[in-house]
Design a protein around this ligand. Structure first.
Ligand SMILES: *[C@@H]1O[C@H](CO)[C@@H](O)[C@H](O)[C@H]1NC(C)=O
Ligand SMILES: *[C@@H]1O[C@H](CO)[C@@H](O)[C@H](O)[C@H]1NC(C)=O
Length: 292
């Protein structure tokens, strides 16, 4: 008897919540009737509707393990298009498995400050047509589905800072603008590293054990604005190491082991006569910022 009463109250609250959102939006109700799954079905995750009533976010920071995360997405999801997925400071989840999210899609995926080691090949694939930001910083990731990146048609930002990626990944994305790979033991920067990512604007590669920049490596990036290459093992900047254009902001080469900088290490790109405005060469105690 008592149980029935509780169930009824919950149902009434949930229903009135839904109808007030659609009334507020006016004419086309089906377009705006977004709603979370039942709380009880997705525990310990939490679903929230954004203040403007247009988007859904899911926070699963409290999941105990991979199985529990998969079980959450077996629930009935009245709306499958979510804005943000978050797992922050979780010390249990090591693998993001294929199929975990079932049919649910996200525009942003944030799994940060945890112990994640591996993201399986198809784990993110349902969000291929929606994901704009993939943020996995401060984990222990050594396996990431880089080979599927070119399927992500809206992807703007990929953040894999502070992880365990060994070797520079093969990247293909015509849309990617912001790339963070800093603080990973990459160990090198191939001359064709950016041949498949022509839209990069901000590139962060500090602390990645890079010993040299081969001339022309950055030439594939006509929109490059900020380049972080600090805290590496660069000893020499050869001719044509960093090409600048009219958008170039900060080129950070601080904390390397630079002894030789070729006079033409920072040419402006010939077609727009751009120049490098701010170059940081803080090495061995001497900071130099100069316009070239
Ligand atoms: C309402 O929106 C839905 C989803 O966007 C659309 O399929 C449908 O045609 C719209 N109905 C009207 C009457 O505009
Ligand atoms: C990081 O991942 C590796 C496997 O790639 C594992 O051997 C190591 O124990 C992990 N480190 C931590 C601190 O969990």
């Amino acid at each position: 008897m008592k149980l029935h009463l509780v169930v009824m109250v919950v149902t009434v609250v949930a229903t009135s919540g839904r109808s007030s959102i659609s009334e507020f939006q006016g004419t086309n109700k089906s377009q705006f009737a977004i709603s979370c799954p039942n709380d009880a079905d997705i525990r310990p995750c939490e679903c929230t509707v954004s203040l403007d009533g247009f988007s859904l976010d899911m926070d699963c920071s409290k999941v105990q393990d991979e199985d529990q995360l998969e079980a959450v997405f077996q629930a009935d999801f009245p709306t499958s298009a979510f804005r943000r997925f978050t797992i922050h400071q979780n010390k249990q989840l090591r693998i993001l498995r294929d199929g975990t999210f079932k049919l649910v899609t996200f525009e942003e995926i944030w799994i940060t400050d945890g112990i994640l080691e591996k993201i399986e090949d198809a784990a993110l694939s349902n969000s291929a047509s929606t994901a704009r930001s993939l943020i996995f910083n401060i984990n222990n990731i050594s396996v990431f589905p880089f080979s599927t990146l070119n399927n992500f048609k809206e992807l703007l930002s990929l953040d894999l800072r502070v992880n365990n990626l060994q070797g520079f990944p093969k990247l293909t994305s015509s849309t990617l603008q912001v790339l963070y790979l800093s603080h990973n033991p990459l160990g090198g920067l191939p001359v064709d590293a950016f041949a498949g990512t022509p839209s990069i604007i901000d590139l962060h590669l500090s602390n990645t054990e890079i010993p040299q920049i081969l001339p022309g490596t950055l030439e594939a990036l006509p929109n490059l604005r900020n380049v972080g290459l600090g805290n590496n093992h660069l000893k020499e900047l050869a001719q044509n190491s960093v090409q600048c254009n009219s958008n170039t902001g900060l080129v950070d080469l601080g904390y390397n082991e630079l002894r030789t900088v070729h006079p033409n290490a920072f040419p402006g790109l010939s077609h727009d006569k751009g120049t490098c405005n701010f170059i940081s060469l803080h090495n061995r105690g001497a900071t130099t910022y100069f316009g070239v």
